[in-house]
Design a protein around this ligand. Structure first.
Ligand code: BV8
Ligand code: ZN
Length: 277
């Protein structure tokens, strides 16, 4: 591994230590925690068509199928742990006073790793959202109306029990009902065609506009409006650093492009940064 660009990035961070700096992350950040990505070689979407699962229309048509898919992802996430890349981003937050982690991921692994300053652009898979009356259920409220969505329950569920109790055993009657309108409650994530949470998006755009450095980590940068963020930072004179196993639309405009995994590069950058402090 040529450490020269790593050292240059670490120096850039040290020189801009008090400036706004953010990491924009996608499914590739959690890939090494065992969570499948959406568009990579073994990406989720390859087996499923997003229009079939991550839209309100699909949910209205077949809430059972959509909930089985989400419970499968929640089961994977409940059994996953943050990886060294998640922890490196927590260390960046501890070293850089104006650091933010803006993620498209709904798995919440950044919270488990200890991240405090984060924005979740596409919601959180552990929460619930009633799309009929707009009611929002935080994680501790949601598991009351949907006991199957309990993280500890799922973490301890073996594969055969998961198949039996959920993939085969889940029925419409077991799906969560809204306490206000009795509609079937869906996962608290942003589906295609749904707006991102207004206040989160506004804050994310504010950060991107003033940030001196943007890391784009493990994202194919094709989903909008989230994918505007690295472009916005670049447009306002920021330095764009991409960490991705593959090329993306951002690669040609990135100031640094590490064709490697997040778990390899981020800890190296943090280590070099600590040396220069
Ligand atoms: C909106 C949450 C408007 C759910 C997701 C037609 C009709 C309607 C809308 C549109 C349309 N055409 C375009 C749009 C806009 C649409 C969009 O952008 N579509 C794209 C696909 C063209 N956007 C929307 O619909 C958004 N809403 O526009 O609303 C509106 C406004 C007002 C009022 C009403 C409506 C909503 C978008 C959010 C959709 N929700 N997920 C869930 O997760 O189940 S999107 C989904 O994609 C995930 O959130 C994911 O985070 C996101 C982006 O994917 P990535 O995170 O980048 O993951 P991916 O697998 O693609 O890439 C992984 C990368 O990591 C790869 O590059 C890989 O090489 C790399 N990698 C792998 N391993 C590693 C690694 N890198 C480093 N290290 C490793 N180890
Ligand atoms: Zn409701």
């Amino acid at each position: 591994m040529d450490l020269k660009p790593i050292k240059e990035v670490a120096l850039l961070l040290a020189q801009n230590r008090d400036k706004t700096i953010f990491a924009f992350s996608g499914a590739g950040l959690s890939a090494e925690s065992g969570i499948p990505t959406f568009r990579g070689k073994d990406g989720l979407w390859n087996k499923y068509d997003p229009r079939d699962l991550a839209t309100f229309e699909a949910f209205q048509e077949d809430p059972l199928k959509v909930w089985k898919w989400y419970l499968w992802r929640m089961w994977l996430i409940a059994r996953a742990n943050p990886n060294p890349a998640h922890y490196a981003l927590v260390e960046l937050e501890q070293i850089l006073p104006n650091f933010w982690h803006i993620t498209q991921n709904v798995d919440g692994l950044h919270r488990v790793a200890g991240q405090k300053k984060y924005l979740e652009l596409h919601g959180n898979i552990w929460e619930g959202k009633c799309r009929y009356c707009g009611a929002h259920y935080k994680e501790h409220e949601f598991k009351i109306i949907f006991p199957l969505a309990d993280r500890d329950y799922l973490r301890n569920l073996s594969e055969e029990k998961f198949k039996k109790e959920i993939l085969e055993g889940l029925t419409l009657e077991k799906l969560p009902r809204c306490s206000f309108c009795n509609g079937i409650v869906g996962p608290g994530v942003v589906w295609f065609g749904e707006p991102l949470p207004e206040h989160v998006l506004t804050q994310a755009f504010e950060i991107a506009k003033i940030a001196k450095v943007c890391f784009s980590i493990g994202t194919s940068a094709v989903v909008y409006p989230a994918a505007y963020l690295p472009e916005l930072c670049k447009k306002h004179g920021g330095v764009l650093i991409e960490i991705n196993l593959d090329e993306t639309p951002l690669t040609p405009v990135a100031d640094y492009s590490f064709r490697a995994s997040a778990t390899e590069i981020l800890p190296l950058i943090v280590e070099e940064l600590k040396k220069s402090l």
